[in-house]
Design a protein around this ligand. Structure first.
Ligand code: MN
Ligand code: MN
Length: 288
C-alpha cells in the first residue's frame, strides 16, 4: 500500500515518502516500526481535495518509495544518511516516516551537507542525552547529536527532560516549553521562530508525543499537557515555506485505536499542501 494519492513516479516527483522501520532503542513502548504502514492505511480515509489550498493531493507530485527495515542502529544511521542524500541530490523533499526519533539525525546530516540548515523539532522531550542505553545515537539523544554538529536547533512543546539535559539544551539551543506556548500562544512563538530562521532552510521533525496524549495516545513515551493537533497544523503551515526535509516519528500503532496514525497522516498531508502552496505562490498567510 502507498500513501493515498502519492502515485507519482520517482523521476517526476517533488516529494518522496520513505518509511523507516526501526525502533531498536525504544524502551517504554516499542512498535514504532509498524507506524509507516499504519499511517499509509489511515491516509486512505481522507479525500484527495483540500479546500484551504484548493488542490488535490494527487496533483502534488508525491512518490512513495516504500519502507527500509533496519535491525541495527549503526547500520540505520549510516544507510539512511546515504538514502536521504540521494533524495536531496535529486532535488526531492524527503518525507521520512519513523520509526523512532533516532531516524532524524541521519536525515539532518544528509541535508546539512547541501545547505545552511536550521532544525526545528516538535517534541515533549528534550532528547539531549549523551547516551541512551549505552548508545550515543539512541532516540533520546537526537537533539544532542544535532547540536553537537553545530547546527542551529529550536525545540518546541518541551515538557520533559533530566536536569542536565535542560542545562545543555539551554546553553546550546532555543527551547519553547509547553508552559510558554500556553502563556504566549503558538502564533507569537511561530513568528519568533520565523524571524530567527531568516530565510535559511529548515529541517522539520515532528515527534508525535509533542501532541497531547488525549489526541495521540499511541506513542512511545506519552507525556500529558501537550499541543493540540490544530496548533501543530498551524506550525507546519507557517514553517512549510522554508522546509527542505520533514519527518514524523514515534507513533506506536499498537497502543491506540488508530487515532495517532490518523492525526499523523493528516499532518503529512497538511505539510504537502502547505509546502506546495508556497511553491505555487499561494500566500501561506491565507491558509494558516
Ligand atoms: Mn523525541
Ligand atoms: Mn518525545
Amino acid at each position: 500500500m502507498i500513501f493515498a494519492d502519492s502515485g507519482s513516479d520517482y523521476a517526476s516527483s517533488k516529494y518522496v515518502i520513505h518509511g523507516v522501520l526501526f525502533d531498536g532503542t525504544s524502551s517504554f513502548r516499542t512498535g514504532s516500526r509498524w507506524a509507516p504502514e499504519a499511517i499509509r492505511k489511515a491516509s486512505q480515509n481522507y479525500e484527495a481535495y483540500d479546500f484551504d489550498c484548493d488542490r488535490d493531493l494527487s496533483e502534488l507530485l508525491v512518490h512513495d518509495m516504500g519502507d527500509t527495515e533496519y535491525g541495527n542502529l549503526n547500520e540505520m544511521v549510516v544507510d539512511l544518511e546515504k538514502t536521504t542524500s540521494r533524495l536531496v541530490e535529486d532535488e526531492k523533499v524527503p518525507i521520512t516516516l519513523g520509526g523512532e526519533h533516532s531516524v532524524t539525525f541521519p536525515c539532518v546530516k544528509a541535508l546539512a551537507r547541501e545547505m545552511e540548515l536550521v532544525v526545528v523539532i516538535f517534541d515533549a522531550h528534550l532528547d539531549f542525552r549523551e547516551d541512551y542505553l549505552g548508545n550515543e545515537f539512541g532516540h533520546a539523544c537526537v537533539a544532542r547529536n544535532i547540536s553537537d554538529l553545530g547546527i542551529p536547533l529550536i525545540q518546541v512543546g518541551i515538557r520533559s527532560g533530566a536536569r542536565d539535559e535542560y542545562k545543555h539544551a539551554l546553553d546550546t539551543s532555543v527551547i519553547y516549553t509547553m508552559q510558554q506556548i500556553r502563556r504566549e500562544g503558538i502564533k507569537k512563538i511561530l513568528k519568533e521562530i520565523g524571524s530567527s530562521v531568516r530565510g535559511r532552510a529548515v529541517y522539520l521533525s515532528i515527534d508525535m508525543d509533542s501532541i497531547d496524549p488525549a489526541f495521540a495516545p499511541g506513542v512511545g513515551n506519552p507525556e500529558p499537557y501537550g499541543l493540540t493537533p490544530l496548533e501543530l497544523r498551524t506550525a507546519i503551515r507557517r514553517l512549510a515555506p522554508n522546509v527542505s526535509g520533514f519527518d514524523l516519528v514515534e507513533i506506536t500503532p499498537d497502543y491506540d485505536m488508530g487515532m495517532s496514525s490518523m492525526v499523523g497522516a493528516k499532518l503529512v498531508r497538511d505539510f504537502l499542501f502547505a509546502h506546495s502552496s508556497f511553491v505555487t505562490k499561494t500566500t501561506i498567510k491565507e491558509i494558516v
